[in-house]
Design a protein. Structure first.
Length: 415
């Protein structure tokens, strides 16, 4: 109890020293809960261990607002052309995840009908959705109907169980001394907001930053799960939040998000643009990787621009996608990450956007099954492309405009 009281005092003190950080140049997702949300009382300054990369808003306004506007199915671009059968398995996963989270009462009728229909010959998926759900256009608090759609994926790295020549970049597990502090029992307005820290004597202090952990080397707390061969690939593994590592014997190790050190994500792409080393249109994952290959001696300093650090846990191997924030496997090209304060986690969402670096329409039904530290706002999505190099190429280039419609049962009709 004393630790919680100390943490509460620290947290309240930190609110007066929150910083605002410009939006990321390369918005990407970690398959994880987002860092502590930007608080209405934050004031601009130079450093704060708990405020994320978001611009504070006046105390009188909520951090994010949105409205749902009833729409007709005909208003959804490409709804009649989408192969909805391809979205059905992801929808069934959403039903499982919504129920497991204990908030599935409003979805129970629809999901019970879906389970009763699943696998039956003659199932008309389009008819099922149109009869069971209603579409609502998502509109931002500023009235915007268009927003940013980025992409993410599950990368493949090469690694070793032991540190050997060529495999020297540690993939760390969750440290025993990492504290996750939940103050919602004392401050209800902080529900779903978490502070990470560590004990130093009888005080709770911010957890080690990326640079501080790098300086500690093998003395850094936490068990090392694996060693990989490429520092920049490890960095993007942390940004994506999950991945696979192939060992020398050909076996595969699956990694999923374990926790995060509590520091806000800072875009290294933005830093390179500000320094004049990349043009804005070059600040993609591929552009950053090319810069890293050309500047190996400067790479560690660049990576340390981002104080955020992600810890992993090893998962059983399977052919399914990585686990998202909903607790179910993600489905390639049918799962997205959203801001759960604006879009209900688990809900079907019709996404109308374009393919990476093109005007070719990408209109399809997806499921809101994940969250991410850089995914903030109402009309905002991160599209999961799947596993491997090709998925990574698509994800790294995706920064498109898009619209979103959430599909809800009658029990969740907006007031």
């Amino acid at each position: 109890m004393r630790k919680i009281q100390v943490a509460a005092v620290l947290f309240v003190a930190l609110l007066g020293a929150c910083s605002s950080v410009p939006p990321n140049i390369l918005p990407t997702t970690t398959v994880s809960p987002a860092p502590a949300a930007a608080l209405a009382s934050c004031a601009p300054c130079q450093a704060c261990p708990v405020c994320p990369a978001a611009t504070p808003v006046p105390a009188a306004a909520p951090v994010f607002t949105r409205s749902f506007q009833l729409a007709a199915w005909s208003e959804l671009p490409g709804w009649a052309d989408d192969n909805l059968e391809a979205a059905w398995p992801a929808f069934m996963q959403s039903c499982r995840g919504i129920n497991s989270k204990g908030n599935g009462a409003a979805w129970k009728r629809v999901c019970d009908l879906a389970r009763a229909s699943d696998g039956k010959p003659g199932l008309d998926v389009r008819r099922f959705f149109e009869q069971s759900l209603r579409p609502y256009a998502i509109v931002g608090g500023d009235g915007a109907v268009n927003g940013l759609v980025t992409g993410y994926y599950e990368p493949l790295l090469r690694g070793s169980r032991t540190r050997i020549r060529g495999y020297e970049q540690p993939v760390r597990g969750v440290p025993d001394d990492l504290l996750t502090i939940d103050l919602s029992a004392v401050f209800p307005e902080l529900k779903d907001k978490r502070v990470r820290g560590r004990l130093e004597g009888n005080k709770v202090v911010p957890y080690w930053s990326r640079a501080e952990m790098a300086a500690q080397g093998d003395k850094a707390p936490g068990r090392t799960l694996l060693y990989v061969d490429d520092a920049v690939e490890l960095f993007f593994l942390q940004v994506q939040g999950s991945g696979r590592v192939r060992l020398a014997d050909g076996s595969m190790v699956r990694l999923n998000y374990g926790d995060q050190n509590g520091h806000p994500y800072q875009s290294i792409g933005k830093a390179l643009v500000e320094r004049g080393e990349l043009k804005l249109e070059e600040a993609s994952m591929q552009g950053i990787q090319a810069w890293a290959r050309a500047n190996p001696a400067r790479l560690e300093a660049l990576l340390n621009v981002n104080p955020s650090y992600v810890f992993f846990r090893e998962m059983p191997n399977s052919q399914e996608g990585p686990l998202g924030a909903l607790g179910v496997p993600l489905t390639a090209e049918r799962s997205i990450a959203v801001d759960p304060r604006s879009v209900p986690l688990g809900a079907p969402v019709f996404l109308a956007t374009t393919r990476p670096n093109s005007a070719t329409p990408l209109n399809r039904l997806v499921m809101a099954q994940d969250t991410g530290g850089a995914i903030k706002g109402a009309v905002r999505a991160d599209f999961f492309w799947g596993f491997g190099k090709e998925a990574g190429e698509q994800a790294g280039r995706m920064k498109q405009s898009g619209r979103m419609w959430v599909l809800l049962p009658a029990e969740l009709a907006p007031k």
